[in-house]
Design a protein around this ligand. Sequence first.
Ligand code: FES
Ligand code: MG
Length: 586
Amino acid sequence: EQDPAQHPGQADPRTAGRPLRSQAWFGIEGKDGFIHRSWMKNQGIPHDAFDGRPVIGICNTWSELTPCNAHFRELAEYVKRGVRDAGGVPLEFPVMSLGETNLRPTAMLFRNLASMDVEESIRGNPIDGVILMVGCDKTTPALLMGAASCNVPAIAVSGGPMLNGRYRGKTLGSGTGVWQMSEAVRAGEMSKAAFVEAESCMNRSRGHCMTMGTASTMASMVEALGIGLPQNAAIPAVDARRQVLAQMAGRRIVDLVREDVTMDKILTRQAFENAIRVNAAIGGSTNAVVHLIALARRIGVPLSLDDWELGSNVPCLVNLQPSGEHLMEDFYYAGGLPVVLRRLAEAGLLHADALTVNGSTIGANVATAECFDENVITPFETPFKAHAGIAVLRGNLAPRGAVIKPSAASPHLLKHRGRAVVFENIEELHARVDDETLDIDEHCVMVLKGAGPRGYPGFAEVGNMPLPAKVLRRGITDMVRISDGRMSGTAYGAVVLHVAPESAAGGPLALVRTGDIIDLDVAARRLHLEVDEEELQRRRAEWSPPPLPERGYYRLYVDHVLQADEGCDLDFLVGGSGAAVPRDSH
Ligand code: FES
Ligand code: MG
């Protein structure tokens, strides 16, 4: 009998003699090779799986606590088919899953923790390339960031949006409908029973939020960056073509390993500029700002908050909630993101020669994309909204910047001067906002502190503060709101977010008091607190920082988290360590 351990595999001839990292485990002789192979064989893996063929990790965020990703074990089976089709070996592994609707105090607190899980799971294991199974909001940046710090070949596969919500004959968008209906209940226009009924109507199929919220935005960013296959953004989760896309990604990642197409060849400065412009053209989430900055810094591409102004001359072409009316299912049937990419390319707003993971340039991928519904994806010349993108504001209230999504705001509030009504934290907001004696009207500016990365902690999605009931009852639907927090990608309004530095870090936001006058001028990119410097210095002397958490991950996080303008990564995670094979374990 041949002793397999004495006959280690040959390098795959298609890798041009370059040894794959998995062979440092499976291709070696003696005791260590025995250990690496023998235990794997208890899963019924035949010996020839270790002969030098690419080993593909399938990084899975499946969890029943992350409903948007709950179908990922099945979807991963299609990835495996594809990997085997192409002669690779698929090995699925779990990483921390971040469910937006359940995780407290906010899933964002754990994005960086999950990224560490991803990074170390890839680097420490016999993996040559990786498929990133992403869906719910934070799972996409967490997996991209972790993999980018290893810089292995990678393809992100999004799980796909849910089918359109349907409630009493009308479409109902996830997230967006909650904000609208809860305001309707508070204004006395909707019964509580009808509100509960709508729960089953909104999220009625597998998949992630089907509005252009953070999940759909990030799935679009995956496609725009070229790190996912064409149509990654919009194929519904239940559509068989989503399974085909997963299988094709499985096939393709094996080639990327053989061709050594690492993530840095895809995630270039051009790719990020494309993504910023696409974010504008789709009316994408403000959350993409922090996620893309953090990702760029992992892969070594310089990207600043001010680079987001690249999107400010791009019109919004996609009429989707929360800025518009349709949903992701409609977007797919209208032609999906390739149509948007083609229109940007034809307008000279896309780096068409950026390489994507399917081996073609992004321009070539979309050259023949067709639009089937111009109500959903408008022509460039007659856009859904002429001015889109994310505006970066500065001023004495936000020396390191703040953001607003003008397309989601009431136009008359984009230039507004008003009296501040300050809430020191989210609990105070909830306790006081509906108090009939609160001195507030629609001309006031609502200010919330303590929602930033350090302060919450975790940078919560509370920036779209509920309007006071007495204002709602008078038919008012929008007010200027300013905070150091984020806003759900499914939310809308004249909401200034990501004020940096945040209040808990001693930013000027900490010094605002009820009655101060705030001047917002989005066209001039200005956010100004009309309080003189002398008075601000006096207030600063009285200010003391909030207490910090004492132990555990919370402590690590608050000690190291960067501010919003730098992407909220942990300072020691910026950059990458590559994927050199670590020293042996025994
Ligand atoms: Fe998971 Fe919206 S809650 S994508
Ligand atoms: Mg969200």
